[in-house]
Design a protein around this ligand. Structure first.
Ligand SMILES: Cc1ncc(COP(=O)(O)O)c(C=O)c1O
Length: 376
């Protein structure tokens, strides 16, 4: 099986699986317990918190573990929603955010907030001039993803954070696709909040974090969840120790290999593009390679329906777009970036650290066969 869908999820690194192993049934204590087993589990969580923080250049107390980036994004927006006595009633998000930002933002809109969608250019990058006009002192929160999951665009988030702060607004970035894949430094970006997900960087599924600048004591809004007080009361509930340990280990490995992995993926993507261009000249890569996530390629194959192509690539796992869009048809991202007529013809290929071009001939033959069928 050939797996070219690393923006959907990545396999757990063997070191990650190994690091998690003792915490299932040997060191299985609850980190909130004061006895020795609890203290051991708490020490493992603290170590992982430090590892996650190091990768993002944050402080350990600024990392709040959640079940993933979806929950982190929702936690932030629900906090805003539940704090009704705010003078500022405007929220700004980019038009190509992940649904776990767009939908909570729309919920705020339904409840009386003004929602501003920051426009993007043809490459999916937020238009900074438009953003400078649209972000005003009435704005409470600006949220723009670090990198797009579908077409790979890396957003100018440091500039957007500056625009937000110049207007007295908070800045959040959904960094699910960025952490561990491109440098993501909360101090350099100067963000107030950021969402992370372990399963995009060779960690386990169902674990992630919300970075809160200054830690939970600086949380400016109502805490949406109630329970046992874990994670400084921002995300109460018994901690998933094995997953947290795995997340920490994945961050440790990512921090060591960031540049090397990036060079490897850039080279692989360039070779893939070259061969694709030669063998299928009608194919058009819409990912702006210079400013995009390493290893991500969104490609239009004119006259080839993407669902049919995905189904025919029986032993090659590629995707039509974001896994989170499921069977919803053309995503909001493709609708914005791609001209009508081609929107049904876009597939996403996302390479990972174990990828190679094995399977490329099979892939190209599959596209050729589908194109030939068109002419019959
Ligand atoms: C940009 C972005 N945000 C959020 C998510 C959701 O992350 P999780 O699966 O950890 O909830 C994803 C995952 O596809 C993503 O790509």
């Amino acid at each position: 099986m050939i797996y070219w869908d690393h923006n959907s999820t990545t396999p757990c690194a063997p070191e990650v699986v190994e690091a998690m192993r003792p915490y299932w049934n040997d060191d299985f204590g609850n980190p909130a317990s004061s006895h020795i087993m609890g203290r051991r589990a708490a020490a493992a969580v603290n170590k992982a918190r430090q590892q996650v923080a190091t990768l993002a250049n944050a402080l350990p107390e600024e990392i709040v573990f959640t079940s993933g980036a979806t929950e982190s994004n929702n936690l932030l927006f629900l906090g805003v929603l539940l704090s009704p006595l705010q003078e500022r009633r405007q929220i700004a998000v980019s038009a190509i955010e992940h649904k776990s930002v767009l939908e909570p933002a729309r919920l705020l809109q339904e409840r009386g907030f003004e929602l501003i969608e920051l426009p993007v250019d043809k490459n999916g990058a937020v238009d900074l001039e438009a953003a400078a006009r649209l972000i005003t002192p009435r704005c409470l929160l600006v949220s723009v993803q670090a990198a797009n999951n579908e077409i790979g665009t890396i957003q100018p988030i440091a500039e957007l954070a500056r625009l937000a702060h110049d207007n007295g607004a908070y800045f959040h970035s959904d960094a699910a696709q960025a952490l561990g894949r491109i440098p993501f430094d909360v101090l350099k970006i100067n963000c107030d909040f950021a969402s992370f997900s372990a399963h995009k960087l060779y960690g386990p599924k169902g674990i992630g974090a919300l970075f809160v600048r200054g830690g939970a004591r600086c949380w400016p809004w109502v805490r949406p969840f109630r329970g046992g007080g874990q994670e400084a009361d921002l995300r109460p509930g018994t901690l998933n120790v094995p997953a947290i340990v795995g997340f920490g280990e994945a961050c440790k490995i990512a921090a060591m290999n960031l540049d090397k992995k990036r060079r490897f993926l850039d080279e692989l993507t360039t070779r893939f593009r070259g061969i694709l261009h030669e063998k299928i000249p009608t194919a058009r890569v819409i990912t702006p390679i210079e400013k995009s996530l390493p290893g991500t390629l969104s490609v239009i194959f004119p006259k080839v329906n993407s669902d049919v192509l995905v189904a025919n690539c029986k032993t090659i796992c590629i995707s039509r777009g974001s896994a989170c869009n499921g069977a919803v048809g053309v995503s909001h991202v493709i609708n914005l970036i791609v001209e009508g007529g081609y929107r049904e013809c876009v597939v996403r290929i996302s390479f990972g650290s174990q990828s190679s071009l094995d399977g490329l001939d099979l892939f190209i033959n599959t596209v050729h066969k589908l194109l030939e069928n068109q002419h019959e």
